[in-house]
Design a protein around this ligand. Structure first.
Ligand code: SAH
Length: 327
């Protein structure tokens, strides 16, 4: 049962009262944004029934959309208004992006996984957000051309605040980020002149901020407030399509399960299977840099593997490949 539109709207209002107001978020602008953004359109078909539940939800590729309260809390801590220009790192399905777009003047959002960015693009375009620019790529380097920002929201956990992001914060601006390995603390960094004041808020749990997505120059804008004819995210990057064969001690060592996880985390399409001769064969397709990074992983494999040889050959791209599976 997914419920009709009015039922979903009722659930959304209840979500705000029971999960957010009751836990102490009182900023009226944040509450108004949370009341108006249709979270169920962002979570994906399978999760519509749980869209307004008090929990994070999987959005594919090993990533999650944060619990509604966490989105509201981070937005409240950022303290932005219509005069603010905001940077979001880790846009995921675009829900937090939309909440920010309700409150801030301009939102610049970056997501490293192209398929998720495509979902975010489609939903933001459908809802007509004109003050959002979305790019695929690494957000750790920030968005230099548009800096400084009055607010920077990082939706993935890091051991420390990336220095590039700190440098792109406006005087008086705030940066909100989960800090720590394993145990994480939502942290607010406020810039006062040349000083950075750090305040620890609540404990939290986010997926890690990944630093292998390449330099800022490789970033591609895929949504520009619905104005520019931005390329489709999957086409914005150079695609590489290969078959690889790995020999050595590679069966019975969790090579396939690990490869599936590594491939999915990089947004790749393809499969991995055991061959009768004791080797493992992989089909990898996706953004060229991600395929190359995956091949680097394949050369080493999981801890128990001993790879003696990796052979790679380019094959024609296959549009019908979906996800990354063990065969
Ligand atoms: N707020 C999002 C969910 C964030 S999950 C939502 O509403 O859906 C964290 C996201 O950060 C994931 O989608 C992950 O792919 C992305 N991410 C991780 N490292 C990144 C990086 N270096 N640059 C950009 N995005 C990154």
């Amino acid at each position: 049962m997914t419920g009709d539109a009015s039922d979903l709207a009722v659930r959304r209002l209840r979500m705000v009262e029971e999960q957010i107001v009751r836990r102490g978020v009182r900023d009226e602008n944040v509450l108004a944004a949370m009341r108006s953004v249709p979270r169920h359109l962002f979570v994906g078909e399978a999760a519509v029934a749980d869209a307004y539940a008090d929990t994070p939800l999987p959005i594919g590729f090993g990533q999650t959309i944060s619990q509604p309260y966490m989105v509201a809390l981070m937005t409240a801590l950022l303290a932005v208004d219509v005069r603010s220009r905001v940077l979001e790192v880790g846009a995921g399905c675009g829900y937090q992006t939309a909440v920010l777009a309700e409150m801030a003047g301009e939102v610049y959002a970056i997501e490293r996984l192209a398929p998720l960015a495509e979902r975010a693009r489609a939903t933001l375009a459908r809802l007509g957000y004109a003050n959002v620019r979305l790019a695929v790529g690494d957000g750790v380097a920030g968005w230099r051309d548009e800096a400084p920002f009055q607010g920077i929201l990082v939706a993935a956990a890091a051991a420390e605040v990336p220095p590039e992001l700190r440098a792109q914060l406006a005087d008086g601006g705030r940066l909100v980020i989960p800090l720590g390995r394993g145990e994480q603390v939502l942290t607010v960094v406020e810039r006062v002149g040349d000083r950075f004041e750090e305040r620890r808020d609540t404990r939290c749990r986010f997926v890690p901020l990944v630093r292998d997505a390449g330099p800022e120059e490789r970033r591609r804008v895929v949504y520009d407030g619905g104005r520019a004819e931005a390329p489709h995210p999957e086409e914005a990057f150079e695609v590489r399509s290969v078959e690889a064969q790995v020999s050595g001690v590679v069966q019975g060592v969790y090579y396939r399960a690990s490869a599936r996880r590594e491939g999915a985390a990089r947004g790749l399409r393809g499969w991995v299977r055991n061959e009768a001769d004791g080797s493992v064969r992989l089909r990898l397709q996706g953004e060229a840099a991600a395929v190359d990074a995956m091949l680097d992983w394949c050369r080493v494999g999981p801890p128990a593997a001993k790879v003696s040889r990796l052979t790679v050959r380019d094959v024609p791209a296959d549009d019908t490949l979906r996800g990354f599976e063990v065969r």
